[in-house]
Ligand binder design. Structure first.
Ligand code: CMC
Length: 426
């Protein structure tokens, strides 16, 4: 027996019975609830706070319990035992790869890391102080002009090709954007290195024949990539799905996701956290800053989440990764400021009442800074990590028979049908 919801429309006295499936009602079922001559009932949900936009089997979050799982595997286990490319495979194909599948996958990714030389020139065209996220967004979008076959979105083999290319090229694009700002020559990929070690080499290599990053730092960055790899229907994934729903190619869809991620309320928060910590500067300034937040003068960046109303499980893992990184690089003095902020906020009624806890971005910036990244690069790192998630979500959307082009309704609040007024009479 299907569960149902009975509704009585007090305007008309009519009664309706709507099926409940998966804890939801279909918004389209509300359309039958109408007063004569008027459009049927719709829902109003700015920011999609209580609207499911798709069915998905990729990522599960229980925000109250602080649980995050990719394809059913808890994030803590993946962060401890997996590599980023193994997790990417899991997100995309639903199962952990066998050794042979993983070897092939790593080989494919490794051999698609190079960029067309024209793309290098494209990046060179940006101003010396261009934000790397702007360069990344534009160059991912430009990839669609290099691979026009990517528009064949209904062809599964073609999709796999573009997915491989994009995951492979993201670190190269991110590294070129970084080197551009530094005014340093671009470093080509080194196929002997792992995905993350190669990325660090493209960022930091100078005249040495091979750049060898400290393995502990490589591991910390791998973990950060894993933690960022997917997060179900967040703002940027929603942007990817929305653009993808028009059957645009994946480069265009992911470029839209990068644009969304750039915003300080989303991926840009890690950059904003570090700037905030620098501005606070000392632990004895923390109490004043918290008062400013409570007065509405400030926002405590890196705190709060639409879904997590408990400690973000990713923040817990990152906090631990901080210790490993600081063992190599020495402790970031801003760690003390962050810890003091967290201590005070977790005890303060303002934050307790609103269930505001540290999110993924609260401690990640400290690690990135210790790894020598300038704040403008933080969100680029987030984007590289999130790419497999965006692509897994895009693939799922393309294959989903229930999906339609994204096209929300509006409540029109403007003036209706007026006579045009000539300019000399206004
Ligand atoms: N500092 C101070 N007050 C806050 C904060 C914060 N960081 N976050 C939420 N609040 C307050 C907010 O003012 C509101 O108070 P009131 O009920 O008195 O109006 C209440 O808490 C509920 O907040 P909301 O803005 O309605 O919540 P939301 O779900 O729309 O926003 C959020 C979620 C993440 C945008 C928000 O918590 C925020 O702006 N946090 C800071 C930015 C940040 O760290 N973003 C990264 C999110 S995690 C990674 C990612 O998604 O990219």
């Amino acid at each position: 027996m299907t569960d149902t919801l009975s509704i009585r429309d007090n305007r008309t006295g009519k009664e309706y019975k709507l099926p409940i499936t998966d804890g939801t009602i279909r918004a389209a079922d509300l359309q039958q609830i109408a007063v004569d001559g008027e459009p049927g009932l719709a829902t109003y949900d700015p920011g999609f706070v209580n609207t499911a936009s798709c069915r998905s089997s990729i990522t599960f979050i229980d925000g109250d319990a602080g649980i995050l799982e990719y394809r059913g595997y808890p994030i803590e286990q993946l962060a401890e035992h997996s590599s980023f490319l193994e997790v990417s495979y899991l997100l995309l194909y639903g199962e952990l790869p066998t050794q042979e599948q993983l070897d092939n996958w790593v080989h494919e990714i490794t051999y698609h890391t190079f960029l067309h030389e024209n793309l290098k020139q494209f990046i060179q065209g940006f101003r010396y102080d261009a934000h790397p996220m702007g360069m990344l967004m534009a160059s991912v979008s430009a990839l669609s002009t290099f691979y026009p076959d990517a528009r064949e979105v209904k062809d599964p083999e073609n999709r796999t090709m573009q997915i491989t290319r994009l995951i492979a090229k993201m670190p190269t694009l991110g590294a070129f954007a970084f080197r551009h700002v530094q005014g340093r020559p671009y470093v080509y990929p080194d196929n002997r290195l792992s995905y993350t070690a190669n990325f660090l080499a493209m960022l930091f290599k100078m005249s040495e024949p091979t750049y060898e990053a400290d393995e502990r730092l490589v591991q910390a960055l791998e973990i950060l990539f894993i933690l960022h790899a997917d997060h179900e229907q967040n703002c940027s994934t929603n942007a990817v799905r929305s653009v993808g729903s028009a059957e645009a190619d994946p480069y265009s869809a992911v470029a839209a996701g990068i644009g969304a991620l750039f915003g300080p309320l989303h991926g840009g928060a890690n950059e904003a956290v570090l700037r905030m910590l620098k501005r606070i500067g000392r632990t004895d300034h923390v109490a004043d800053f918290i008062e400013g937040v409570k007065d509405g003068q400030e926002r405590l960046m890196g705190f709060g989440h639409r879904v997590y109303k408990n400690y973000d499980p990713r923040a817990k893992i990152i906090k631990k990764a901080c210790d490993d990184v600081f063992e190599v690089t020495g402790v970031n003095p801003l760690l003390k400021v962050a810890q003091e902020l967290e201590k005070i906020a977790l005890q303060d009624e303002y934050f307790v009442k609103r269930k505001l806890y540290p999110n993924v971005d609260f401690y990640s910036g400290l690690i990135y800074e210790a790894l020598q990244f300038p704040p403008e690069m933080f969100t680029v790192l987030f984007a590289i990590g999130r790419t497999p998630g965006w692509l897994a979500q895009w693939s799922e959307l393309v294959e989903d028979k229930e999906q339609k082009i994204a096209r929300p309704k509006q409540i029109y609040t403007g003036i209706r049908t007026r006579e045009f007024v000539p300019i000399d009479q206004r």
